[in-house]
Design a protein around this ligand. Structure first.
Ligand SMILES: [Zn+2]
Length: 277
């Protein structure tokens, strides 16, 4: 599932590649992907003829502002990706929507599991979108300060991994990056969040920024299922730089102790039993 760094890679690519482009045609091949709209036309008519003026992100939602004042909202769900291509390329399986530009190719929204979605809303209505109201602190934003983090951490009492994955606390962290952040900060997944020293809080805060920025720099994690790709159809490289996730039995990159795997709700968590306390 795309986590915060993967969504940020897509946002940056879109910002570089589609800002200034005007929409010529929109082809919705699977109505479920625009499920907030009662009819296709209600969606397509707000896009056709409009120019994309900027690309922002709120949590894992990508917001493409249009020159009409409307915003095209994009969410990749569990398995979605966006492909920037020419109209000549054969359609990939599970291509559910195509946005064609007047000049310069098209965007294709591809999503095998169909949890992703697209919708258009008014720029002044965006604050009223239910899913966007709960977007919590964003470690990739400048407004994510040490002080803010420390205060929100102190107000919770839960296991660290659960806290990192709580979308109401921090947006966009999933199973992979939460394990990596905890390893980088030397803290265990089951450590109680209200037992951290000031130094540990600081380490966690710094690890969060460093790991996520590294994720963006290596253009995200693509696991074996290969559902995550960037705008140009390329897989990420961050999977080759993971320190604990998926490395059960392999030596810790810091202390050589074999990495362990524990059950975490119905998934797994990976950690070093030696250098995470
Ligand atoms: Zn270790």
């Amino acid at each position: 599932m795309p986590e915060l760094p993967e969504v940020e890679v897509v946002r940056k690519d879109l910002e570089r590649d589609v800002v200034g482009k005007r929409v010529k045609e929109v082809d919705v091949r699977l109505p479920r992907i625009i499920r907030r709209h009662a009819a296709k036309k209600e969606f397509t008519s707000r896009l056709i003829g409009r120019k994309i003026s900027k690309v922002d992100r709120r949590g894992k939602y990508i917001l493409l502002s249009l020159d009409s004042g409307d915003v095209l909202v994009m969410h990749l769900g569990m398995s979605g990706h966006v492909e920037r291509t020419t109209g000549r390329k054969a359609l990939e399986k599970h291509t559910h929507a195509i946005i064609k530009f007047q000049v310069g190719g098209e965007l294709r929204f591809v999503d095998m599991r169909q949890f992703g979605e697209l919708f258009v809303t008014g720029g002044d209505e965006i604050a009223g979108v239910k899913e966007l109201q709960h977007i919590a602190i964003d470690p990739l934003e400048d407004s994510f300060t040490w002080q803010h983090f420390s205060e929100s951490l102190a107000s919770r009492r839960t296991k660290l991994k659960a806290l990192l994955m709580d979308q109401k606390f921090i947006s966009g962290l999933g199973n992979i990056y939460s394990d990596e952040i905890l390893w980088a900060s030397g803290l265990r997944h089951d450590r109680a969040s209200d037992t951290l020293s000031a130094q540990e809080v600081r380490r966690l805060y710094r690890a969060m920024q460093e790991v996520l920025q590294e994720g963006v720099r290596f253009r995200g994690v693509t696991l074996e299922d290969e559902t995550y790709k960037d705008l140009y159809g390329k897989t990420g490289e961050m999977q080759d730089h993971l320190k604990v996730y998926g490395r059960e039995g392999q030596p810790c990159r810091r202390c050589r102790t074999p990495i362990e795997r524990a059950r975490w709700s119905n998934r797994s968590t990976y950690y070093c039993p030696q250098c995470q306390v």
